[in-house]
Design a protein around this ligand. Sequence first.
Ligand SMILES: [Zn+2]
Length: 477
Amino acid sequence: MPGLSRQGAVIACVLMAGGVSLLALAVRAEPRATEAGFWFEAVNYASPRLGSAITPGDLEAIEDVARSELARAFEGLHVTVSDRRDARYRVRVVQDLRDLRSRRIIRVAGESRAVSGFGGQGAVSFTFLASGAIAYAPDDAGRASMLEAIGRGIGRAAVHEFTHQFLPTAPIHDGTDIGSYEYESAARREQYFGELHWGLARPLLERRLQVQRNTPAVERSIRDADERAVRDADDALTAAVDRGDATAIARALDYDDFSWITPAGVKLSRTAVVASPPRSAFAGVSDAKAEARRLGTHVVVVQRHSDKTHAMHVWVRRDVGWRLLHVNEVIEGDRVVYGGTMIGAANCINPCKVVPLEPANQVERAVIEAWQAQQSGPEQWAAHIPEDNIARTSNGTYTKADRVAVQRRQIEAGTVVAPSPLTWARIWEFGDSALMIALQPRAVGKPFWGSRVFERRDGTWMMAESYQTSIEDHPPY
Ligand SMILES: [Zn+2]
């Protein structure tokens, strides 16, 4: 096997070159990831609801979605999905599949054959899953959303087939949980729309695929170390800003469109900050201790509070180390009643139904949809705001309980409140956390910059941090 001899050669090289890291090598050696080959054979498809037949470009988009479904489902499981046809486990996407056990023609969504320990092979049916996606698509679904649903249906069917192959003797079919990968039929809306979750097969897969997880104690120490490192970096950056050290500042700032929003609501670019370091809201304030909190694996938020002054520094993990991506500073003015979501029968189109932002990928889409849901009423708002969320705004500081109390009063008084629409926004996503910067007008008052950090917790994108800075040099609406 070429793979084996290549590995042998690599280890030999390491021994010859160093001879010291034998122990390190032994400790770090992880079980080889299980390779799952997944590819599309030549397929075509047309349906009156789709309009024109699918194009090669459509197929690429469908395959992208299917692959990201596979990646998401097997995340943390030591499975590498490739397009290799000689992989030990493989699923092909074919035009059509029939159940050969039956004399009648019965079309099926997927099938697999596997022998314990020897790998497996299977296929999923493009025709079956494309027809399913279109049949379950809402009436107002456009072509793009139907193509995406086809990709999801195919990806999820492949997840199910690989699961059969990885666990050839386990009865994985779960007929009770229609929202699970293990559910035995693709004739369900959940195959194509919304989220799917793992059921009984997940712990079996973890055992079978030998997942080596860090213990909670190790995870905690990694988190502590990240937070300590960023707090130190942030103290150094703050000192560099205070003494106007452009070189040190430039080294700390992220390259991907860094921004700094001052308490007056002026958005400074990276170039402006390096050319002429601003006076931070905490310059000369000695009673503010930096608090660092890691959200997801790639974002650490550092905050400082002193009476009515607040600052949030959003640091992101890059290959070169931690870099500062965004700063939002707030000085509280007069307190304004604020509930944070739609109340009553308000006519909420933007942001509840549409926003002027096209997500660049599925994570961005999930983040913006979670935020839109949060804006659409108290129940969804509560489901997306963690208990410990504290909103820092130019109009006051609000705990979750503060805003729930405002919402209750508004409901009792029969008030109709439409949330602030979205004028402009950008999202930076890091897999399990994301930053969104938004520009929004207020129904009454000045427009503001909203800086929000989201974290994916148990499958839901929660708004962990929220800063809102009013734009001083703007007439109130
Ligand atoms: Zn099955």
